[in-house]
Each structure stands twice: as structure tokens, then as C-alpha cells.
Design a protein around this ligand. Structure first.
Ligand code: ATP
Ligand code: MG
Length: 202
């Protein structure tokens, strides 16, 4: 019984110590501004996390803009759902860039058009949340210049939040963002032979 009490006291002391650390961090985080968030890695969950965060922003009445830099074979659930939302402007990059057909000239043109739109959104103070989905591929394939993005992020309206996704990202972007999470591919159903499914994969 005495040993159990001692364990409980130690646990209580440990929790109090932890709480003091967390309270200290909360007190120290006083800066109010929008943030830039980058999600990379080979694991599943980058775009879906970004769209989940967008739903969170929309729930608070924020205005959002999405630009998808890769056009999939099928219309995605996120496009069908969010493009109906009155507070969302949803754009999918033109016909140039898809996983199935590769035409460098068309891809270049489509990438530039999508970037022009992204640049507009990144300078629009009425938009609280900007999602640049799969944008990092544009730098991997050399269609866009990463310094243009870094500059646009630095000059965006102070309250604007931006999320970006893609498997890998250039150093300049990694260095510039406020938050970067890398999702690891520990396991994926597809590798065990499970077919990609609607509502989960797209
Ligand atoms: P999601 O949109 O599901 O969050 P993602 O954005 O992290 O995925 P992408 O690299 O954009 O991943 O790939 C998009 C598609 O590939 C989705 O259909 C996703 O389910 C699937 N996918 C993602 N990661 C893996 C993986 N490690 N193995 C197999 N398929 C994957
Ligand atoms: Mg994705």
C-alpha cells in the first residue's frame, strides 16, 4: 500500500513537472501570424491531412484556395466536396501534367499557369488558407523556380496560412517553412495487394 502511494506521488510530481513545461511553452508562444506548413515523405496522409486542415479553417469561417499541381486520372472526392463550398476556390492544374501522359511542353505551360494563380492567391488578403497540393513536383521536374515560391511566401499577407505537399522538397523550401512534417511509409495496404479504393485513395 505504501509503495503504491509512493508510485502515485511520483506520477503526480512527474505530471506536474510536465504541465509546467507545457504551460511555459504556451506562455512563450506569443507571436500572432499565419504559418507555412510543408508535408513531405513517402507515407500516405499528406494531401488528406492538408484537406483536413482546410476543413478546420473553413469551420471557422475562413476563406480558402486550393491549387492542385497534379491532375489525377479521376476526379477526387476532395475536389467534388470542397469545390461546392462557397468559401473555397478550387483549381486543378490544366491538362498538361498527369501521372499517365507526359508532354514536357504542355506540362511547362500548365505549371506556369497554375503558378500564376497560386501567386495571386498568395497575395490576396481575403484568403486565410492556401493549399498548394503536390507543388513540390514542379521543382523536382524543373518546371518552376523554387525561389519564386519562397519569395511569394515571405511577402504574403501576415495572417495567411499556407500548406504545401509533395514527396520531396528542395532545400530552399525546407529552410523557409515554419512547420515541416515528414510522413514515413511504414506500411501500405496497396503493397499487400489491396486495390486502391474510392473514398480512401481519391
Ligand atoms: P493522401 O492523398 O491519401 O493523403 P498522399 O498525399 O500522402 O496521400 P501522394 O504521394 O500524393 O500521397 O499519393 C497519392 C495517392 O497515392 C493516394 O491515392 C494515396 O492513397 C496513394 N499513396 C500514398 N502513399 C502511398 C504509399 N506509400 N504506397 C502506395 N500508395 C500510396
Ligand atoms: Mg498527395
Amino acid at each position: 500500500m505504501a509503495i503504491q502511494q509512493e508510485d502515485a506521488d511520483k506520477r503526480e510530481a512527474r505530471l506536474l513537472k510536465k504541465k509546467a513545461v507545457v504551460d511555459g511553452r504556451i506562455a512563450a508562444a506569443t507571436e500572432e501570424r499565419g504559418v507555412t506548413i510543408l508535408l513531405t515523405g513517402n507515407g500516405k496522409g499528406k494531401s488528406s491531412s492538408a484537406f483536413g486542415t482546410m476543413a478546420r479553417a473553413l469551420g471557422h469561417g475562413h476563406k480558402a484556395a486550393v491549387i492542385q499541381f497534379i491532375k489525377g486520372r479521376k476526379e477526387t472526392g476532395e475536389q467534388l466536396f470542397f469545390s461546392e463550398h462557397p468559401q473555397v476556390s478550387f483549381s486543378v492544374m490544366g491538362h498538361g501534367f498527369t501521372w499517365e501522359t507526359r508532354d514536357p511542353e504542355l506540362e511547362q505551360k500548365a505549371a506556369e499557369q497554375a503558378w500564376q494563380l497560386a501567386r495571386e492567391k498568395l497575395s490576396d488578403p481575403s484568403i486565410h488558407f492556401v493549399l498548394l497540393d503536390e507543388i513540390t513536383y514542379m521543382y523536382k521536374y524543373g518546371y518552376l523556380e523554387v525561389n519564386d515560391l519562397v519569395e511569394a511566401l515571405a511577402n504574403r499577407p501576415a495572417h495567411q496560412n499556407v500548406m504545401m505537399t509533395g514527396r520531396t522538397a528542395p532545400r530552399a523550401l525546407l529552410d523557409s517553412v515554419d512547420t515541416h512534417s515528414k510522413i514515413a511509409d511504414e506500411k501500405h495496404a496497396f503493397k499487400a495487394g489491396v486495390k486502391a479504393q474510392v473514398g480512401i485513395e481519391w
